[in-house]
Write a new protein. Structure first.
Length: 398
């Protein structure tokens, strides 16, 4: 038992060091600026909306739905590795101590997001729904208890079912959490008691089924590897991560874009950079996601100045991340054998980013015109996106 406790401690320290090592690149000066702008824009929009929110707005339903989704996301963090399926097997009956630490860390690391959602929802609950401070306090306690229940239930379900049809368990827990949170906020305590009884019985049922099967090492190892890989892929947008290799895919429907780089020696680097961007999933989907966020912001943010700040921040983030990603990596490339002018790659990257940022701004403009027509304040959104992109290219250094 002591050995397993020591194993957990060492793995936990390694895990924290990995997070710190890559978070310092993710939460860098550039991204910090974007986060500040986005949070500021979202906060301003939210506060302005609260001043005009209708009294019949279904605050309880909205808050319960969002918080239930966040609480239901309770995948256990076991920090297990491939070798554990062999070396831990003789200690299977003593895994309780290791798993206790794992579920405790899962709780404290995942409770932050639901509590943040609670803090954000407090003005909505008090000003629109009329909730009292005592009711908010009960809501806070319920989130803590239900998060613990959700983590325990998902863990028991994964163990008992070997991870099969996890989505069924997720939607079941989310439905029970949504019902419980709504009845708590609306004061329907009799219905709340019924939901709590169902939740307890649901947990007990899977706990009993778990006792009938051995611990599914392979499933929890796969879950842990997938979780860490998601983090490494995200960190790879900001710095080189040796744990992963970028996946590539030919996108035949975008072959027409290669005409932007005619067959000439001076276009060699531009062709290579363009091809890298189109075929590398990390770079291409990064641009797609940020462009989609900019479009959504332009559509749904009701205040033009906030929409301009939000979309400009996303343009800034797009340029910074793509420029750093495309210029990183000093491995050997075949183009290094050919007499290409020094600085050609840097010029090619800047040229590509100007093109794709122009496309991003045009897409936002088209959506604005379709959604609201020609309104000068809104037309400033794509113009500012282009200006911010160009300024970022000129000011930032490779």
């Amino acid at each position: 038992m002591n050995n397993l406790r020591e194993v957990w401690s060492k793995r936990f320290l390694f895990y924290i060091n990995e997070l710190q090592k890559y978070l310092k690149y993710i939460i860098s000066g550039h991204i910090a600026i974007v986060i500040v702008f986005v949070i500021g824009a979202a906060g301003y929009t939210y506060s302005e909306w609260l001043n005009t929110a209708p009294k019949d707005f279904p605050a309880f339903l909205v808050v319960s739905f969002i918080v239930s989704i966040l609480i239901a996301l309770s995948t256990p963090v076991t920090l297990m590795k491939k070798a554990d399926s062999v070396y831990f097997l003789p200690l299977e009956t003593k895994l309780g101590e290791y798993l206790k630490h794992a579920l405790t860390w899962t709780f404290f690391s995942s409770i932050v997001v639901p509590l943040a959602a609670l803090v954000v929802s407090i003005p909505l609950l008090t000003r629109v729904a009329g909730s009292t401070s005592g009711e908010i306090l009960y809501f806070f306690g319920a989130i803590l208890i239900w998060k613990y229940w959700s983590i325990q239930t998902e863990f028991q379900y994964r163990w008992a079912s070997n991870g099969k049809n996890v989505w069924v368990d997720y939607f079941m827990r989310m439905f029970l959490l949504f019902a419980g949170l709504y009845f708590l906020l609306s004061g329907s305590y009799l219905f709340l008691l019924a939901v709590v009884i169902i939740q307890v019985l649901y947990l007990i049922a899977w706990k009993r089924k778990k006792a009938e099967v051995p611990f599914p090492f392979d499933h929890f190892i796969e879950v842990e590897q997938a979780r860490m890989m998601r983090f490494y892929r995200f960190a790879n947008y900001f710095t080189d991560v040796p744990h992963i290799q970028g996946m590539t895919k030919r996108r035949k429907w975008l072959d027409i874009l290669y005409k932007l780089a005619p067959y000439e020696q001076k276009n060699t680097q531009f062709y290579l950079v363009l091809r890298t961007f189109i075929r590398t999933n990390d770079y291409f989907y990064l641009w797609i996601r940020l462009t989609a966020l900019a479009i959504v912001g332009a559509i749904f943010i009701p205040f033009p100045i906030v929409a301009i700040i939000f979309t400009s921040a996303l343009s800034f983030a797009t340029v910074i991340q793509l420029r750093q990603s495309l210029s990183s990596g000093y491995e050997f490339r075949m183009d290094l054998l050919f007499p290409i002018n020094e600085g050609a790659r840097k010029k090619a990257i800047n040229r590509l980013i100007r093109i794709i940022q122009l496309i991003q701004a045009i897409l936002v403009l088209v959506v604005i015109l379709v959604q609201a027509g020609v309104i000068m304040e809104l037309i400033l959104i794509p113009i500012m996106m282009i200006i911010v992109s160009e300024l970022t290219l000129r000011v930032s250094k490779l």
